[in-house]
Design a protein around this ligand. Sequence first.
Ligand SMILES: *Cc1c(COP(=O)(O)O)cnc(C)c1O
Length: 428
Amino acid sequence: MEKNLHLETLCIQAGYTPGNGEPRQIPIIQSTTFKYATSEDMGKLFDLEASGYFYSRLQNPTCDAVAAKIAALEGGTAAMLTGSGQAANFFAMFNIASCGDHIVASSAIYGGSYNLLSVTMKRMGIDVTFVNPDCTEEELQAAFRPNTKLLFGETIANPALTVLDIEKFARVAHANGVPLFVDNTFATPVNCRPIEWGADIVTHSTTKYMDGHASAVGGCIVDSGKFDWTKYPDKFPGLCTPDDSYHGVTYTERFGIEGAFITKCTVQLMRDLGSIQSPQSAFILNLGLESLPFRMKQHCANAQKIAEFLQGNEKVAWVKYCGLKGDKYYDLAQKYMPNGSCGVISFGLQGGRSAAETFMKHLKLGSIETHVADSRTCCLHPASSTHRQMTDEELDAAGVGADLIRLSCGLEDAGDLIADLQQAIAQV
Ligand SMILES: *Cc1c(COP(=O)(O)O)cnc(C)c1O
């Protein structure tokens, strides 16, 4: 694909270029397996000497085409799809962190990622230190240890809605000889391309805006191809020393720094753990990607209007949205996402928990869901649903106060949505 194409063009055309007489739309290759003339032909694939398909747990042409599109959107050199966003973050981190290693992560991240790090990866012997993303570089530096393998954060945190100072995080990661991983789910490459600000690995829950229609769960890992693993062979032996399970292939030698990370992640972790995205889901994801720039514009415009409406309503105690002047993250959002951030807002009503419950009951267009970031407006009151086992004190400590309402602004008409919010607030 030509360089310098605009994102709108890449969303439509990148990743798949049909030959003469081939389908215009990405075909769904609904096949577990692929045929070869000789065992020798197939043997070369197993030795990673030739590239090609043999079993869809490792690679499938539909999934690869969609991954290549996302790599182009993020400005990366290689990408792979996974069965979910959780699998993307786990595979990406586990690709370079093993038992005895350490990870530094922002404390303002998705609850699933927080649990993955603090519970499940801890059980695997991988230790984590959480840092407040608004800390100084010195405080961030203090979290690093000799065995730290990566730094992790979210462009816009779900649900805290903090904005990550990507350049600050990248500087400290690189000063310690480790890559910065950024989960870019909420911003999408339409609004922010973390690689341009120094991120090395970008992950996504494609379940959210990329799919955008609440149709298919999925994830993606993108490699910037910029982090030079070979400068730190002792830190990243899995990439820089021979892999016995592939007759001694050294990933950085065979695939270069632009291909080593994704190749290793595919042929080791997908091979052994098998969290693939189905070709059907990848096809649905690709339909979402085609309209992503247009949908993000509408999500952001709706969120901006709704945030401003809420801010002006006397029954609303507070509103968090980085597009609002005066929001704690307004300046960072202007720097990293000048064209818009995302469609998710959080707010609290005067009257706290019970006011939130009353409000939620009376919404007509907005539906109650744990989901965010799809075409339909949806709303969640964590204290009475996802977080209901927690006390008010525990909720405050987690940054999810008893009054917090998370609103994911969909693609409906902003006026209709505001009228719905207005009548529900009037019931409080
Ligand atoms: C939803 C989400 C995930 C997890 O993705 P799934 O597709 O639900 O597994 C990870 N990170 C962020 C920021 C998310 O919003």
